[in-house]
Each structure stands twice: as structure tokens, then as C-alpha cells.
Design a binder for this molecule. Structure first.
Ligand SMILES: NC(=O)c1ccc[n+]([C@@H]2O[C@H](COP(=O)([O-])OP(=O)(O)OC[C@H]3O[C@@H](n4cnc5c(N)ncnc54)[C@H](OP(=O)(O)O)[C@@H]3O)[C@@H](O)[C@H]2O)c1
Length: 237
């Protein structure tokens, strides 16, 4: 297994949740990290708590900002795409298609724009890891919209890996993970969701950001994992 010490790694969405946990793991290992996010206060608190990490405030929905960033970043070995919004969930009869469109606008399109903007500057021996969601492989009522957004990304993975070879392209697809993504819910409702899901997950609990981050780290470091979606969902399909 390759060490990632000194690897130039860009994490889009590395200032919170799964991306933040990955940033911490990779910083410990001595990687050269750049984290992209919108909220400057989150980026500042990341800089205050993790030595040596570079941060860039940009919105991954804005292609011009991405092009400018990558053209001046000085090359990238590994790219991780962890950005997302939170819209697009709900039973289809009542699902607002406007919200589903916002869900695509805040995850599907930003991930693809970031990937396309980065490609000219990526080391062909490196990797790209998209963070999708286990909803894409689920039969879960209320998740058709989220499954569409994440399934659309996942279905591209093997084809992109063939087109962009030898650059490795993979996805890590988390189940329910305790991160700030769920903060749109009041604290008690969030705990109820975690408890309900936790009871159905085969390992008996929702996941931790560090567990998904470790899966991403493993994929980045393993030069023979390519074109796959790795599900990290505790057994709940
Ligand atoms: N938590 C779960 O249960 C779960 C389950 C399945 C899949 N996932 C997926 O896992 C990934 C990470 O989620 P998380 O739970 O770690 O969420 P999170 O804690 O909300 O983190 C999301 C990160 O993305 C950044 N971000 C969002 N939109 C952005 C944009 N337009 N431009 C730049 N940065 C942006 C956020 O920073 P700013 O807000 O400052 O921009 C933040 O750093 C997402 O793709 C999510 O869909 C999560």
C-alpha cells in the first residue's frame, strides 16, 4: 500500500463531515492538502485545527472559479469530491421537482464541473474519488430523488475509468453517517432518525465520518482499485 505522504490532494468539501475526517487522516500522514469549500468560517477553523492545510473559498457550482483554481494550483495527484446539498429527498407523490433539481445543482453538477476542471492538471498515475450515497443502490421509499442524483454519478464511474485511463476513477457510497449534513433537522429529530436507521443497519448503528474517510483513503492509496463504487453502509442495502 502506497503512503500518501507528500501527495498533492485536493478535497472539494473537506471542511465538514466526511471530507473533514479525511482531511485530518491525510494531514496526519503528511499529504499536501488543499480543501475547497464555500464557508470561510469553516475553512478558518480547519486551518486553526489542522497544521499545513491550504484552503480555498469557492463555490463548486461556479465553473470559472474552479478553472482559475486548478490552473494555479500547481498539479494534483488525487482529487476527492465530497460536496453536496441536501435537497431531493421525499416520497415521490409529494416530492418537489424544483427541490430535486436543486439537489442535482448542488451535488451532481458541482462534482462533474470540479472533475472536468481538474483533469488537465491531474497526474495520470493519480486518482479521483467521488462521494456518492448508498441511496443509489437502495430500494428505500422516499429516496428515489437522492438515488437519481447519486445513481447518475455512480453509473458514470466505470465509463470514466475507461475514458480517462490510466487515471483511476472510483466512488465511495456512504449509508447514513453522523455528520453536519443532518443539521437541517432539530437535534431530537436527528437522534430519532439515527436511532431508527441504526436499528436497521446490520452493524446496529449509523456510521462515523472517520469510517467513510478511511474507506476513501484506502481507495486513494491502492493503485489497483479502479472503476468501482465501494459501498460503506454497515450492511443496510
Ligand atoms: N452524512 C450522510 O449521512 C451521507 C450519506 C450518504 C452520502 N453522503 C454524501 O457524503 C458527502 C459528504 O457529506 P457530509 O455528510 O460530510 O456533508 P457535510 O458535513 O454537509 O459536508 C459537505 C461539505 O461540502 C462542502 N460544500 C457543499 N456544497 C459546496 C459547494 N457548492 N462548493 C464547495 N463546497 C461545498 C461544504 O462546505 P460549505 O458548506 O462551506 O461549502 C462541506 O465542506 C456528500 O456528497 C453527501 O451527499 C452523506
Amino acid at each position: 500500500m502506497t503512503t500518501l505522504s507528500k501527495s498533492r490532494i485536493v478535497i472539494a468539501g473537506g471542511s465538514s463531515g466526511i471530507g473533514l475526517a479525511l482531511t485530518k487522516i491525510l494531514a496526519e500522514e503528511g499529504a499536501s492538502l488543499t480543501v475547497l469549500g464555500r464557508d470561510v468560517s469553516k475553512l478558518q477553523s480547519l486551518k486553526d485545527s489542522v497544521d499545513g492545510v491550504k484552503t480555498v473559498a469557492l463555490d463548486a457550482r461556479d465553473r470559472a472559479s474552479l478553472d482559475t483554481f486548478f490552473s494555479t494550483a500547481g498539479g494534483v495527484d488525487h482529487l476527492v469530491l465530497a460536496v453536496s446539498g441536501g435537497k431531493g429527498g421525499g416520497m415521490f407523490k409529494e416530492l418537489s421537482l424544483q427541490e430535486l433539481q436543486e439537489g442535482f445543482d448542488s451535488k451532481f453538477w458541482p462534482q462533474l464541473h470540479t472533475l472536468q476542471a481538474a483533469l488537465p492538471y491531474m497526474d495520470p498515475a493519480g486518482s479521483v474519488t467521488l462521494v456518492t450515497a448508498a441511496s443509489a443502490g437502495s430500494v428505500l421509499p422516499g429516496a428515489s430523488g437522492l438515488a437519481a442524483i447519486n445513481g447518475a454519478l455512480e453509473i458514470m464511474i466505470p465509463i470514466l475509468s475507461a475514458e480517462l485511463k490510466p487515471l483511476r476513477i472510483n466512488a465511495v457510497s456512504p449509508g447514513v453517517i453522523d455528520t453536519p449534513w443532518w443539521d437541517f433537522l432539530p437535534a431530537a429529530a436527528k437522534q430519532q432518525v439515527f436511532s431508527d436507521f441504526g436499528g436497521r443497519v446490520h452493524v446496529g448503528r449509523v456510521g462515523r465520518a472517520e469510517e467513510v474517510a478511511a474507506a476513501i483513503r484506502g481507495i486513494i492509496a491502492n493503485g489497483y482499485i479502479n472503476g468501482i463504487t465501494l459501498r460503506c453502509h454497515g450492511g443496510l442495502q
